[in-house]
Design a protein around this ligand. Sequence first.
Ligand SMILES: [Zn+2]
Length: 405
Amino acid sequence: MRPETSLAAIAFFALAAASCEPTAPAPDPVPASIVAVTGEVAAVPEYRKPVVVRVLDEDGRGLPDAQVQFEPAGEGHGNVNGGPLAVASTDGAGSAEAVWTLPSTPGDYELRATVTESDVFQPEMPTGLTVTVPAVVESFSPALDAMLLGLGDRIERALQRMQETLRLNPTLEAEHRARIALLKRPDLDSEIVAGRRFLEHPAPSIEREAIPVVTVFPSEEMRHGATRIGSTIEAALPVLEGFLDAPFPAEQIRVWYGFELGSSGGGGTINMEDEGGYAAREGPLPYDAIVYHEMAHSYIGNESLTQLLELIVYNVLRTGSTDLETWPYTRDYPGLQDSNEDLYALMDIHGLIGHDAVARGYRAVLPLPTPYGQPLCEACVQAFVDEAPAEWKAAVEAKARRVTF
Ligand SMILES: [Zn+2]
């Protein structure tokens, strides 16, 4: 056999093998079922709940490009994507989503999701495939309802933040992954409402009877810590309000407890890492001090001014003393030194002019701009200089100018 013949035979064989593939196109898979990914919804009135369903083929695989019509079960069952009904196509995994805005009155409601067609060329084909998502809408109190209305957004932002900070904190990877897994539960918002993972109690406040402290937490095992943080805030509020001679600058104190690692505060809101998680990773500051710090940020953005408020609340609550020399918790203050800056420069001022003069300085600063991350404004510097006796004015001014953030 000549070599060419042999090659031709091989080529023919390859062609024959290829032709074993079916020549007719496979029939498109058709929708065989629709299932709800979203479980029973538990929410406050007017909550916006993303509802996810999946369309499956007869082998149980997600079916892309199927049309799903979402429709509240009747008049008064809310709206979907802002209207009476909405149609969405399934994605590559067979999932389709619409946002159900729940009604404004408590009650039991339903949203229907129906597969309307499987193929744009056969728009008339009815499938009869429907799934119903039930919802229980409850109202608790004005403060709680307002906070729980933002639950979905809070979970979403916490998830984004944890995904961002995971990249910056490789040593805390396990902690981040656990938090991300919790936040990704599709029904976490409903679990929180149905499980009553929230607390409200009034804290005595100056110039008004009380201010509601509302705490929401994502996991049942955080209940004890969430209860404790309410008492922590209640004890701190009179010290903070008294020192600043100003009521807490919000209608309520909102605490999102345990949604994130790390803490932040401002505008009446406190985002606190849960105490158990903080202790487990051996956070550097006393936990309660961070609570006071984040409370103080509702009054003041400047970080150094806020840190001194944190020290004042912490130490005055525990010792009753306004003398900085006696305080057990000072963030490692080295004592009066020319080189001191930021918090330590403010502590130098406290040492020079005393607690009451510093308090009057803060009260004058409160209406002034104190943005985070910036030096004290000219009027802020002057507020402390004004409270200093003549012999310390120059020193206080120099110290106040050493506050850089
Ligand atoms: Zn801060």
